[in-house]
Design a protein around this ligand. Structure first.
Ligand SMILES: [Zn+2]
Length: 253
């Protein structure tokens, strides 16, 4: 089992990170992707990865973390990529709930998409009421190195537009909520090679765990929910989502 999106580098895991990683390994979780959010985190992520090879990492400036120094952070990212090769660029994207002007978010996304292309790296996308704008950005840059749109919620048509650009769908705890009917219907109709599992821990708690810290261990419950919704076995979901993850990030095991 693989958690394709977990912010294990965040302070929420400061006191029990190693213990949690050990518990994940015991539970059969073989890899965890740590998506990047901002400059201070990138170094922390690579330190964690050096100590723990089951962790994969990506570097990117998340829309939540756009500050006045964004240009400086992107320059630093460019330099960093010359010495450390992460598995992906991300998480990057567009979020319509933020006060940061959309035009600025689009400019920063565009720069990072081009960076991913110049290093031939896949991407991890963040969306919030912005599917149409993200698809437009992929189209404009002719992005062709694949990736994942994490925490996907949306229609089958929106899913298919991402898949056309080689972007798979990250399926997380949202599908455990009855209000997610549209996403659940989409998940039922998705082809086997189109999605992967994620927790987005410490955020996105599953139904029944609202207000609690989410952890990568919950990816097992996400897998159960996906299996139930799709009428497949948990083993089958494990195998196909593992294969999809490895293919997306160019990994062999
Ligand atoms: Zn995230």
């Amino acid at each position: 089992m693989i958690d394709s999106h977990c912010h294990l580098d965040f302070d929420a895991f400061e006191h029990d990170r190693n213990e949690l990683i050990a518990r994940c390994q015991q539970a059969g979780i073989s890899r965890i992707m740590l998506p990047g959010t901002h400059q201070a985190g990138w170094q922390q992520q690579s330190t964690l990865q050096q100590a723990q090879p089951m962790l994969d990492i990506s570097f990117g400036l998340h829309p939540y973390f756009i500050r006045d120094d964004w240009q400086q952070q992107l320059d630093y990212l460019h330099t960093l990529l010359g010495s450390i090769q992460p598995q992906a660029i991300g998480e990057i994207g567009l979020d319509a709930s933020l006060a940061v002007p959309m035009a600025l978010q689009q400019q920063i996304l565009q720069i990072q998409l081009k960076l991913a292309m110049s290093y031939q790296l896949p991407i991890i996308l963040h969306h919030r009421k912005t599917h149409h704008l993200l698809i437009q950005a992929l189209k404009e840059t002719q992005f062709c190195y694949g990736g994942v749109v994490h925490g996907f919620s949306g229609s089958l048509q929106q899913a298919q537009e991402y898949l056309r650009y080689g972007i798979r769908l990250g399926i997380g705890g949202t599908i455990t909520y009855p209000r997610a009917q549209k996403t659940i219907a989409t998940l039922k109709a998705l082809p086997d090679d189109s999605f992967m599992l994620e927790t987005d821990a410490p955020d996105m708690p599953l139904m029944g765990a609202q207000g609690q810290r989410n952890t990568p261990l919950q990816v097992l419950k996400v897998a159960n929910a996906v299996a139930h919704i799709r009428g497949q076995s948990v083993d089958e979901i494990d195998q196909l989502t593992t294969a999809n993850y490895l293919a997306t990030f160019g990994l062999s095991r």
